[in-house]
Design a protein. Structure first.
Length: 207
């Protein structure tokens, strides 16, 4: 804390920005931002970069375009794993036994009439997501909102995090979901080349 001239207090620079300028996470934000912005401009929707810390999801950077959704993101994402975009992406990286333990017993909590509440339905959904290379959550977390997510892998195919797109469900028929999903998947595959600090940032989070 810093004491000001009128005897009040304000946060110190270290409290406001605890990480040093050249910390891998800050470098990753600088490197990833133009990549995310170009992707957001291409698909016309909000795009978020998320890194995993075990089963936690940390937001690193957000890119938006005019007219795109403006969802509020804390540093940590708390959306249920079984029905959110980043949650489903994280489930894809877990071994079946760990996934079962993390999810707990079904039926899972229904947030909308479209939420997948049975383990069998969710596993079938995740199996298809694994085959396509991207996961979808259409009206499952919030009615009217569609999220598409694609995992970012390292050279050993370990998932470090994911890219997540959010948009109005009315703008997404099956053809557009496939088109945006493929674009997101390709972008996730290339991010390791476009943001060299990604590997060191992930290591700083325990990967």
């Amino acid at each position: 804390m810093i004491r000001t001239g009128n005897r009040s207090y304000m946060p110190s620079p270290k409290a406001v920005s605890p990480l040093p300028l050249m910390h891998p996470l800050k470098q990753l934000r600088r490197e990833a931002q133009p990549v995310l912005q170009a992707l957001a401009n291409e698909i016309g929707e909000t795009v978020v970069l998320v890194l995993y810390m075990d089963i936690e999801r940390m937001v690193v950077e957000i890119a938006q375009t005019q007219g795109s959704l403006t969802p509020y993101y804390d540093t940590w994402l708390h959306g249920p794993l079984h029905c959110s975009g980043a949650g489903k992406a994280l489930l894809l990286k877990l071994e079946p036994e760990r996934r079962h333990a993390v999810l707990g017993p079904d039926p899972f909590r229904a947030l909308t009439p479209r939420t997948l509440t049975s383990r069998q339905a969710l596993e079938e959904n995740l199996e298809r997501a694994g085959q396509r290379g991207y996961a979808t959550s259409r009206d499952e977390h919030h009615m009217g909102l569609t999220a598409i997510s694609a995992n970012i892998h390292d050279w050993h195919h370990a998932a470090l995090g994911c890219l997540v797109m959010t948009g109005h469900s009315r703008a997404f028929d099956e053809a557009r979901i496939e088109s945006v999903g493929e674009t997101l998947r390709r972008s996730a595959e290339l991010l390791l080349f476009q943001a060299p600090s990604l590997r060191s940032a992930a290591e700083s989070l325990g990967h």
